[in-house]
Design a protein around this ligand. Structure first.
Ligand code: ATP
Ligand code: MG
Length: 604
């Protein structure tokens, strides 16, 4: 392609609305254009990158035996009502765009396709002989994200590869899951990305496992905890570890103490001259279930630890059935104004004990009459601990479970792991932290959707069984931008060769020099004929402007028909290393072919 004939507009300055380098660079280099909040046009360069990423994804998926299809983006609400997700997706979370057609039918724009694929499986899969089966598609997804940002990283319209597999049992599912783990690793390696597979939260769905593929970059929205020995890596939402040991308490007898102005762990520990590891703190949450019921939750946890709200939400989802509900739609720490609307007398905030009486809330019709009491493992092991006295300005010291406070029945892991914690698999290893961009997620779904929607098959014994399912997603457009986030310098993008929009750019420093033009034209034609995707910068611009643009758009190899042509040579510059060398004109094609093949093959 000739730049003179392209829509080629680059910006010298950073666009005001872009925060992270990859977003700035893709805008400046003319890859994308913002049309609305979280809505972007993929301009020709970007589209080529996306097609290259898509091609790698296809090749790796097809190699596992999965088959490509294309499912509708317009999805009837009825399907989502069958799975029970319509209300959470359109109202509670509100992630799904919904609309009403001229026949007054409700529809949603597909944020994901479990419902659509499950209805197909329900209709078409009858027998174990048809299994396992894996279908995937590459498609634009719609999600009304709360905070669309960072360009293609979190769009409201974005490209995803999503695949769904069907199995007779967990064992067969696990095999496909392993194949996907390998396929995803291959995809990312081939696209030239540094990544880390991490254990991920499977949320309320449960299932026996899920892995996220994280591209390591400072701008990542996720935190990953890992050990140097490479044996453990998890999203912080899911991570488990051993906390630091608690210090031995000096309070050997049980007493109530006046502790004025100590409603935080810090002030309390200063006042009592004790360690936060000797304190049981009691954190109050409110949760709202999908049937509208508000339930108050008291989490007792060691004073130096924080609650992991993802773990807490999972536990509350497990308890949903006790409250006639299926899902949690909100979880937060109530504000003091909110609390005053529930409680008969005001709660001694900052001084609450694990046994705070249900009487505080019993009279109120807006909230469930009893607290849910959960205790984290870190608090269970404490002896002679300090905790609230249920009276403002007072704490108790030297307390013990089942002597002074009944140990709540639900002992759960609710603590947030942190860097520096010891690893479970080897306490000599400690957790380190890194930022990651989630580009892929593979998931063992089990029978959640097949059961809800009645998708069954007949097994060898003639019995009807629910289909066992897996699902696997790659954010194609997010991945493409993540590649830039990992690879740029002060002058612009440095594309990995495998996904660069073009391999090479032939730059004519002076288009009024007939010889420069003639050699450039010839190289341009022959390179393209040889399968090296090449641009020609034939614009009537100063050489400096052209070099700057070539650096900005990040094409791996630049060929300059400048002074060296007098000696039958051209200058070839590698974008990534900036190494420049003069190469005989008739050796350019073979040399570049070798470099490009090598650059792509290293990753294969
Ligand atoms: P996130 O936690 O980042 O919102 P998710 O858990 O909602 O992601 P999935 O539903 O697992 O994501 O979707 C599969 C993949 O699609 C993700 O791994 C990610 O790469 C991509 N993706 C999800 N949401 C977006 C978005 N708003 N914009 C671009 N890509 C996205
Ligand atoms: Mg999301």
């Amino acid at each position: 392609m000739r730049l003179s004939q392209m829509l080629f507009v680059t910006l010298r300055d950073d666009p005001a609305d872009a925060e992270i380098p990859s977003h700035k660079l893709l805008l400046r280099a003319g890859y994308i254009r913002r049309i609305g909040s979280g809505i972007y046009a993929y301009l020709p360069f970007m589209w080529r990158v996306l097609q290259k990423v898509s091609q790698i994804v296809r090749e790796e998926m097809n190699a596992t035996g999965a088959q490509e299809c294309l499912l509708p983006q317009l999805q009837p609400a009825d399907l989502w009502k069958e799975s029970g997700r319509w209300d959470t997706y359109t109202k509670a979370e509100g992630i799904m765009f919904s609309l009403i057609d001229r026949r007054d039918q409700q529809l949603g724009l597909g944020p994901t396709h479990e419902e659509v694929i499950t209805t197909i499986a329900r209709d078409m899969i009858r027998s174990y002989r048809q299994l396992p089966l894996h279908l995937y598609q590459l498609q634009t997804k719609f999600r009304d994200e709360i905070r669309p940002r960072f360009g293609l990283m979190r769009g409201r319209e974005f490209i995803m590869k999503d695949g769904y597999s069907f199995h007779v049992d967990e064992e067969s599912l696990k095999k496909t899951y392993q194949d996907m783990y390998q396929a995803y690793s291959n995809m990312l390696r081939r696209a030239g990305l540094a990544f880390r597979p991490v254990e991920a939260d499977s949320g309320a769905i449960g299932g026996s496992g899920s892995t996220e593929f994280m591209v390591l970059a400072e701008a990542g929205e996720d935190e990953v905890l890992y050990t140097e020995d490479g044996k453990y890596a998890a999203n912080v939402e899911k991570a488990v570890s051993l906390p630091a040991d608690a210090e031995t308490s000096a309070f050997i007898s049980y007493e109530k103490r006046e502790t004025p102005g100590t409603d935080t762990i810090e002030t309390l520990c200063q006042f009592l001259k004790c360690s936060p590891t000797q304190v049981v703190k009691n954190v109050l949450y409110q949760t709202v279930y999908d049937n509208g019921l508000t339930v108050l939750v008291l989490v007792s946890i060691r004073g130096d630890q924080e609650v992991n709200e993802v773990k807490l939400q999972n536990e509350l989802t497990r308890l949903a059935a006790n409250y006639g509900a299926k899902a949690v739609i909100a979880l937060n720490v109530p504000s003091s104004e909110t609390q005053q609307t529930w409680v008969a007398k005001s709660l001694p905030l900052g001084y609450i004990a694990p046994d705070i009486s249900d009487e505080y809330i019993a009279a109120n019709k807006q909230v469930h009459a009893k607290f849910v009491r959960l205790v984290d493992k870190t608090a269970v092991d404490l002896k002679n601990f300090v905790t609230g006295a249920n009276e403002t300005g007072y704490h108790v010291v030297g307390a013990n479970w089942n002597e002074h406070f009944k140990l709540p029945e639900s002992v759960v892991d609710l603590r947030k792991s942190r860097p520096g914690d010891r690893a479970l698999h080897n306490p000599e290893q400690t957790l380190s932290s890194a930022r990651g961009i989630e580009v892929g997620h593979i998931f063992q779904l089990g029978t959640k959707y097949s059961q809800a929607m009645g998708a069954t098959y007949t097994n060898e014994q003639g019995e009807e069984k629910p289909l066992v399912m897996g699902c696997y997603g790659v954010g194609v457009s997010r991945l493409a931008q993540a590649a830039v986030e990992q690879s740029y310098d002060k002058d612009g993008i440095i594309w990995p060769v495998a996904i660069a929009p073009y391999h090479a750019i032939v730059t004519i420093p002076n288009i009024n020099d007939a010889q420069q033009v003639q050699i450039a034209e010839k190289l341009y034609t022959e390179l393209n004929q040889a399968g090296i995707e090449t641009l020609l910068d034939d614009r009537d611009e100063r050489a400096g402007v052209k070099f700057k643009d070539a650096d900005l758009i990040g094409i791996p190899y630049r060929i300059v028909t400048g002074r060296a042509i007098a000696n039958g040579k051209v200058e070839v510059v590698e974008r990534a290393t900036r190494q420049s060398q003069e190469i005989a004109i008739d050796e350019v094609i073979t040399t570049l072919k070798q470099w490009i093949t090598a650059a792509i093959e290293v990753k294969n």
